[in-house]
Design a protein around this ligand. Sequence first.
Ligand code: ACO
Length: 422
Amino acid sequence: MPESITITDNRTGDAIEIPILNDGISATEWSKLLPGIWFYDPGFMATAACESAISLLDGDVGILRYRGYPIEQLAENSTFLEVAYLLLHGELPNESEFEAWQLDITYHTFIHENVRKRFLEGFHYDAHPMGMLVSAVAALSTFYLDAKEIFNRDSRQKQITRLIAKMPTLAAAAHRFSVGMPFVYPDNSLDFASNFLSMMWKVAEPRFEADPVLVHALDVLFILHADHEQNCSTTAMRVVGSSHADPYSATAAAAAALYGPRHGGANEQVIKMLMEIGHIDNVPAFIEEVKGGGGRLQGFGHRVYKSYDPRATIIKRTADEVFGVTGKNPLLDIALKLEEIALQDEYFLSRKLYPNVDFYSGLIYQAMGFPLEMFPVLFAIPRTVGWLAHWQEMLDQDSKIARPRQLYIGPDARDYVPIAGR
Ligand code: ACO
């Protein structure tokens, strides 16, 4: 059987055969038959905007792979920095490549003093750390003027290293400012996750020693959040990057997209929902309310996963390890009950609504002491790697500037009426 489709224009009887390649058909071919007729696809529900070799997601069977490696194997055996290298370079590093990469990231963790003193400290005292992060990342472009040289390989690599290395520093600085604590400089003797925890929590001790279980849990969470193909924020990165803006400006746009409650803000919403439910006995009534149209079950459902999100399974295991150190998050019982009821309920089953990565991640972050406002920030740190991998891939593909069409539904041409005559 031919791997193709045939489209017929019933107005003229003209037809065109279009090959199916990599599970897609070319819209350019389609347009040859129908010039001026556009695909109407709000939310890009059925549109592939690019070819990509970075991550694979099969939502029907709950598969996620980075560069071919199953997420379960990476979470079990790898580290966040190794995964970052894999996403950016396409292959796992050998020992010397990894050593060089780790050293590079470690020695780019410091931020310019002006970013902290003049820029971050200029925010209002109760500024949301994600708002601070978005602005600070954009501001970095004014510190690294070579960032505009996006087709210079060395410059591109330098900005990628800087962004990955400085993200935790900016994130922790935003938190410290929002709670009135002094900034903690990076400790380059620590690994990626330990250094971040040190910048978050260090008080007067000469060296902050994070609990290894919590360091490992955070590293696993970073791996799980590092990439997720063409999600909303990655699409923002590619769209802004397609105009050949510098990577700091494009990353700021991606981080802004991540800020919303339908995307990176979802785990914050989960905790708020669990607190609102308040007690395990209130769960059935809450589920009924959701089914009646009174809001959504936060942390449930996904545009692509129509079965259990594989990241949610790993996170559930990680949660048990974390609670072994921090004590159980009192909201866990409510979450488990919600999941139990929802997974037996026709409403959720028929719509293929399962827990997503955010259903449990917030419980872990909260148990580790992170305030709710930091949740999207904790997502942005690892996702920076995915954004940059896609940005780099897009530039190498010599892509077009992103510029969709529209179906115009406004008024027909009409003449201007002076204000006195309206
Ligand atoms: N609770 C209750 N009902 C839901 C939920 C939910 N969480 N999600 C979807 N539905 C229902 C919708 O009401 C709709 O029902 P209908 O057909 O009777 O109208 C049906 O399921 C399909 O929903 P859509 O909104 O069309 O699905 P879409 O793919 O556009 O949305 C989304 C995906 C935004 C993630 C949605 O499931 C949602 O809002 N979930 C809660 C927020 C959340 O957890 N976001 C995190 C996503 S993961 C991430 O970004 C890391």
